[in-house]
Structures are given as structure tokens and as C-alpha cells.
Design a protein. Structure first.
Length: 294
């Protein structure tokens, strides 16, 4: 064999090996996400496909869906440990005891968890779940469950006043304001951006321990709101696990907001890995203009 041909053959072999190695590395970066739905007082049949598409369009996630039975959850037992992050689009009946124990173990040992909108209404009597989500609403929550959390005079405050947990005014587009500009989820986002028409959750309350508020929105009394700057995006440390809590996403229309989709994707990546590689797109909303996708 002549030397040039042998060299070319060696070069081609090395190039192929390099390509295979690069492909394997890329495949290793794909994160496995599980969306849980099946019961919700919101349109989970319409919104779960948007959650799934949002994550898969990033090319970072492979997404499965676990749908609980419509009434009795007996036998509902997703294998949480197979996934890097679990996303809840669920607000319904209690899970079986074994499923709840498996979920707590999953997050406690380092699993990622993301709660979307009405998922923070779920399981008001489940202490571990309430610790994971930081604050929640409805289901009989009140001062016994923990404080309201608000942004006042440049800082986050815990308000211990008595009152029910969970309310919202009329749906409308509203301004989201970033309060933690250095967290991986919010770093690089505009300081203020206009979110598409949605329910602006207010008066949420809970243990709020090891919780960082990333962004807030003003619940305007003219729209039926609390008159407070309420938390919209939060992160919570639960033992070795990471939790991202977004109150946004009431409807299909609200989930088509680019701001919702980007913060969801970045929140899921952070919950799964502790890092964010997903960049802020050019069509992200501004303080003056809503941005949505078909």
C-alpha cells in the first residue's frame, strides 16, 4: 500500500471515530423529562402538548407523559427515577402512598422538579410537597401553612398576616420583573418583559423555606389583584433536589408566550442539571410588547 493512501485511510478512520464520539457526547446531553397530567381544573389536554413541544424544540430534552386516571389514582406509579426532571401539570386527587414516597425520594436524592401554574394548588395536606413548591394556593391553605411572600421596598418579605392562600384577578397581559438577575434561569433575560394574557396568581402562601424569588409581577387592584408584587418564578432547594416553580401558564394562549416557554425550558434544564445552556432567543418579549409563537 502506498503511503499517501495509507495516510488518507488512517485520517478517514480517525475522522469517523471522532464523529461517532461527538455524536455519543451529544446524545449523552439529552435530558429525560416526564410530564405528569391527567387531572387538573385547567385544560391539561390542551397545555401538555405545548409543554412537551416547548421542551423538545430545544433539542435538549426527550419527553414522556404520564397521565393519571381521571378519578381514582390507584395504580398510578410513574418511575420517577428514570428521569432527570419531572414536570407537573397536575392538580387533582392524592396519589397512592407508595407513589408519593417514591416522588419524595426522587427529589430528595437529587431529581429535578418543575411545577407549572395550577400544580401549586395540588396536595395541600402533603407537607413534603408544600416544602418542595415553597408556596401554593387554594385547597384550604391559609396562615397555618406559612406566610405570604412579597417583594416590597427592594427586598423579599415574609408576611405572616392571616388570610386564605391563593387568588387571582381578571386575566390580562402583565409585566414580569426579574429580581434575581444572576441566577442561571434568569441571567440574560430583560429586566422587565410583558407576559401574554394569563391569570396572575397572588396571595400564595406556604413554608417558603430555601426559596429564592427570581421574578415578580404587580397584582393590580384594578384587575382584582392583591396590590402587591407577587412571586411569579421561584426556585427551591429540597434536600439534594432542585425545584423550579412557575405560576405562569393558565391556558394554551398563555403558554404560547415566548417568555413562558423560555423560562420553562431554562427552568427545566436548571432543575435537571444545575446549569443553563439554552440561550435567550431574539423573539423574547420586551417591556412594551408581548411575543407569542403559533
Amino acid at each position: 500500500m502506498d503511503k499517501p493512501r495509507a495516510f488518507f485511510g488512517l485520517f478517514a478512520g480517525l475522522a469517523l471515530a471522532s464523529a461517532v464520539a461527538s455524536s455519543a457526547t451529544a446524545d449523552d446531553k439529552i435530558l429525560k423529562a416526564l410530564i405528569v397530567d391527567g387531572q387538573n381544573n385547567h385544560d391539561w389536554k390542551g397545555t401538555t402538548p405545548i409543554l412537551k413541544k416547548t421542551l423538545e424544540d430545544t433539542k435538549i430534552f426527550k419527553v414522556d407523559v404520564a397521565t393519571a386516571p381521571p378519578k381514582d389514582t390507584a395504580g398510578f406509579a410513574p418511575k420517577f427515577s428514570d428521569y432527570d426532571v419531572v414536570v407537573s401539570n397536575y392538580n387533582g386527587a392524592e396519589w397512592p402512598r407508595e407513589t408519593k414516597s417514591a416522588f419524595v425520594e426522587y427529589v430528595a436524592k437529587g431529581g429535578g422538579f418543575v411545577t407549572v401554574h395550577a400544580a401549586d394548588n395540588s396536595f395541600p395536606k402533603w407537607p413534603e410537597y408544600n416544602a418542595m413548591i415553597g408556596v401554593g394556593g387554594w385547597g384550604g391553605r391559609n396562615e397555618k401553612d406559612g406566610p405570604y411572600v412579597r417583594y416590597r421596598d427592594g427586598k423579599i418579605v415574609r408576611d405572616e398576616i392571616k388570610g386564605n392562600g391563593g387568588s387571582h384577578g381578571a386575566q390580562h397581559a402583565f409585566l414580569v420583573e426579574i429580581r434575581d438577575k444572576e441566577h442561571p434561569i434568569t441571567k440574560g433575560l430583560p429586566e422587565k418583559w410583558l407576559h401574554a394574557q394569563d391569570e396572575l396568581y397572588d396571595r400564595l402562601r406556604g413554608p417558603a423555606k430555601k426559596m429564592t424569588v427570581l421574578a415578580t409581577a404587580y397584582a393590580d387592584p384594578k384587575k382584582g389583584g392583591s396590590g402587591e408584587n407577587e412571586p411569579m418564578l421561584m426556585v427551591i432547594d429540597y434536600e439534594k433536589g432542585r425545584v423550579f416553580h412557575t405560576t405562569l401558564g393558565h391556558s394554551v394562549g398563555a403558554m404560547k408566550c415566548v417568555g413562558f416557554q423560555v423560562t420553562l425550558a431554562r427552568g427545566c434544564e436548571w432543575a435537571a442539571t444545575g446549569k443553563v445552556t439554552f440561550n435567550v432567543p431574539d423573539d423574547f418579549p420586551t417591556a412594551e410588547k408581548v411575543s407569542t409563537r403559533p
